[in-house]
Design a protein around this ligand. Structure first.
Ligand code: HGY
Ligand code: MN
Ligand code: MN
Length: 588
């Protein structure tokens, strides 16, 4: 019989601690410490208090906690009942002889290197259990971690194991989070050629995979109960859940469904799925809001296939530039041709422009794409501002010549100049403390091993919390580019491909997210966004604010290891439902 929060809050300290016994192996001190903070406002509150009890402990008890954990599929200390069940779920006992031999090897090597057992939440981010191959892959990957990093990683997994055990004990199934997590898996089945065959995710603007995603999102929006669903002239998937009166204002939310190359499954997409699941909840309850809710899957944000970025959200604020239609992709296909192939009519784009007067604002949920929440042990954060960004494409031209016969002092080496720039960008951005500068693309077109590079192309991505700081960084970088090329006798071309202003959150909407997170019984953490988001385009015409969701694997993103848990997704959905409900009360 599942426990309830009320029982936990009203029990004696000893009885309450007993209800939490075994969440962490052989460490009753954690529950004993946590129950001092009763009454817990929610299970999320309890989870944070358990984590806090560990975080505040000395190094000794922390290490003892990790050491007490049963070895994975090993002959180690007798597994607790729950641990045995978890390992069973990951089918570790049913591995092949080779897998068992490999696990024994890994356990021995790991124990010798770290002095404690490998700890992994084998139930995984969805709680349904990792495959044996995934367990072994994670084991092998973490074997290379520095000891201090690996101890933190082990503790993180102990918290994840406790979180799942707590769920079971209180019957707290993250149903919305599970469904959203599964949507992510299903949408990720569509990927561009060259990546799909390798099981990698890449969905760039208007490819066949991109269009398949649009169709699937439309279908799911229909199934969720949206009143109107359509794909607009730039490929945005737009769902509207209508208010209880036609002349009501509209709240817009959403994010992008295109991806970078070799991407994760949650960047952008989570911000479409969560509001979809919220509409499904509202529809199931037969609840109408005093405002229309417009959920948009933006078709293009990453600027991967064409240089135009934020194309999907930009089109809604009148930001689509007709000259983009002539941009060509790496295969020479123009955006105009790609649109025709996708059945989209550029002449319909101007009509997409939204009238801001009809909108209450824009909210966006997005994975953090960084390590802050992971390291703080928090599932959610409220965004205070989105960094401003400038992007350029640079081409340096020198003289291609024989690598063997051209003396070092007679060269005009374009790649050497670019290399100077890569290091300058790194040094200069670091000076500010909170600016970032990246050369993400660097190539010698048609280069040869025995030819001094006559041409070199590279990208610049420069960001800072304010436009003034961003522009100062850019000024210095461009001045250095001029100086390096002067000194080396080279020419260069420079094309600005993106300019996005820093976007501070609207205070009232930021407060709405803060109140929603607080209502879940969670600490309210505020932080800036280093990543750019569609919200910064809507920011140009309406108030906006964002909610961040913790990323797993130290928050890595733009990488296949990008991950989040169905529990954290559940909390994001509950926070959005809280905000929608509170807004409804204010809008009546
Ligand atoms: O680059 C960014 O910040 C975003 O992922 N487009
Ligand atoms: Mn991205
Ligand atoms: Mn994104």
């Amino acid at each position: 019989m599942a426990h309830t929060l009320a029982q936990l809050n009203s029990a004696s300290p000893a009885a309450a601690a007993a209800m939490l016994d075994g969440l962490y192996e052989q460490a009753p001190w954690i529950a004993a410490r946590a129950v001092q903070f009763r009454p817990f406002r929610s299970l999320a509150d309890l989870r944070q208090r358990l984590r806090q009890a560990v975080d505040e402990a000395d190094a000794g008890p922390k290490l003892a906690l990790v050491r007490a954990h049963p070895e994975l599929a090993g002959a180690g200390p007798s597994s607790s009942e729950e641990s045995a069940r978890e390992q069973e779920l990951a089918e570790l006992a049913r591995g092949t002889a080779d897998e068992h031999a490999r696990l024994r090897e890994l356990n021995a090597a790991y124990g010798a290197r770290f002095g404690f057992p490998f700890v992994l939440a084998v139930r995984g981010p969805r709680g349904a259990g990792l495959a044996r191959g995934q367990v072994i892959e994670e084991f092998e990957r973490r074997l290379d971690n520095p000891p201090e990093v690996e101890l933190q990683e082990a503790l993180h997994h102990l918290h994840r194991i406790a979180e799942i055990r707590l769920q079971d004990r209180f019957g707290d199934v993250p149903a919305l989070g599970n469904d959203i997590w599964d949507w992510g898996e299903r949408l990720a089945a569509h990927s561009d050629p060259g990546y799909a065959e390798r099981g990698l995710l890449t969905v760039t603007y208007l490819t066949d995979a991109h269009r398949a995603c649009a169709r699937l999102l439309s279908q799911w929006m229909d199934e969720c109960g949206f009143d109107e669903v359509g794909i607009d002239a730039v490929g945005n998937v737009v769902g509207r859940y209508l208010a209880d009166r036609p002349d009501a204002p509209t709240l817009m939310t959403g994010s992008h469904y295109d991806t970078v190359r070799n991407a994760g499954k949650y960047d952008g997409r989570l911000g479409i799925f969560v509001p979809m699941a919220c509409v499904r909840e509202l529809h199931r309850r037969g609840k109408r809001l005093p405002y229309h809710l417009e959920v948009i899957g933006f078709a293009e944000e990453e600027g991967q296939r064409y240089r135009a970025t934020f194309l999907g959200s930009g089109a809604l604020i009148g930001g689509f530039r007709p000259e983009w239609l002539d941009q060509k992709d790496a295969d020479g296909i123009s955006m105009r041709e790609a649109m025709a192939h996708a059945g989209l009519r550029p002449e319909d784009i101007p009509a997409l422009r939204r009238d801001p007067a009809r909108y209450l604002g824009f909210i966006e949920i997005h994975i953090e794409q960084g390590p802050v929440l992971y390291e703080m042990g928090l599932p959610l954060a409220v965004v205070t501002s989105i960094n401003g960004c400038l992007r350029y494409q640079v081409q340096i031209s020198g003289m291609a010549c024989h690598a063997g016969t051209t003396p070092m002092d007679r060269r005009r080496d374009a790649a050497a100049a670019a290399a100077e720039m890569v290091l300058y960008v790194e040094r200069r951005a670091a000076l500010d403390g909170d600016s970032v500068g990246t050369v993400g693309m660097l190539e010698v077109p048609s280069g040869s091993i025995n030819v001094v590079p006559g041409e070199c192309r590279f990208s610049l991505d420069l960001r800072a919390p304010s436009d003034a700081q961003r522009d100062a960084l850019a000024r210095d970088v461009l001045a250095e580019l001029e100086a390096v090329c002067q000194r080396r006798g080279l020419r260069y071309t420079l094309e600005e491909s993106m300019r996005a202003a820093a976007a501070p959150s609207d205070p009232a909407w930021q407060r709405r997210w803060e109140q929603a997170v607080d209502a879940l019984g969670l600490p309210v953490h505020r932080m800036p966004s280093g990543a750019g988001h569609d919200a910064m385009k809507l920011h140009e015409v309406m108030p906006q604010a964002m909610l961040f969701v913790r990323g797993q694997n130290s928050g890595i993103s733009h990488n296949p290891r990008e991950s989040t848990t169905s529990d954290d997704i559940q909390l994001a959905a509950l926070a959005m439902l809280e905000l929608l409900d509170s807004l409804a009360n204010d809008t009546k």
